[in-house]
Design a binder for this molecule. Sequence first.
Ligand code: ES4
Ligand code: ZN
Length: 308
Amino acid sequence: MRPKAELHLHIEGTLEPELVVELARRNRIDLPTYDVEAIRSRYSFTDLRSFLDVYYEHLAVLRTEQDFYDLAAAYLRRAAGQGVRHAEIFFDPQAHLSRGVTLETVFGGLSAAIKDSGASAALILCCLRDRGAEEAEQVLRAALPFRDHFIGVGLDSAEVGYPPSLFRRVFDLAAAEGLHRVAHAGEEGGPDYVWEALDVLGVERVDHGIRAMEDPQLVARLREERIPLTVCPLSNVRLRAVPSLRDHILPAMLDEGLVVTVNSDDPAYFGGYVEDNYAALRRELGMSDEQLDRIARNSFAASFAYEG
Ligand code: ES4
Ligand code: ZN
């Protein structure tokens, strides 16, 4: 299996149905069903919003530092088995703070799991764009006492209607703190969202970015500045950003000379971890070893923190 870095992975999206049930029992939280297969049968999505509804609902089971530890430890174990040598991991503090879970709990559990695993991994704090810029700025300020627990900020959740430019101040603050900057853009939103992420937020990588391909000038910019794109093929199929893997634009992105990487996004929900995404590209799109090797090399080149 080829060594790779994973750069687009929501830790909350690695919450497998088995762990949902285990944590619900441990924390005495009511679930509509405790049947793992019944939970999994709900994982049929029509768009990003329909997925996010289930994703946020399941977070109710995450309460204690141990819960966050177990979540991250499980991901890091699976990732190692998929050839991941380095991971830059998103987490959504607002989704926990709003349930009364503190930043101490979240950082404590995630950071301890990374440390104990011995893995090369770092955290990226994501702002939920559909909660607006004011709350995002408050959360980033509240997280600054934990500055050495994370390496960057990102922007996720429902994209359309929440353009990157709303978050200029948050990203200016992040830059002033020496944090790396990334944003989901061009997943459901158009190329204009990718332009804004670059020009207004100063992002160093674009998460998804598949719709950038609709704008040749934008493609030229991404190529010339070697701005990496963290593409998530199985995610795009499950959220119907593309009709099927065979229709995915990823090979064309590679042919355009873009710094494309392949990632799993929310693997517990989208039917596979990162090597499963690579395998699907080979199987469904007939991508060659040479192409997949290039993508894996790109993943290390596009990482912020890999040493080795
Ligand atoms: C996400 Cl696939 C995706 N897009 C935007 N926000 C997210 N949060 C978790 N997964
Ligand atoms: Zn994502």
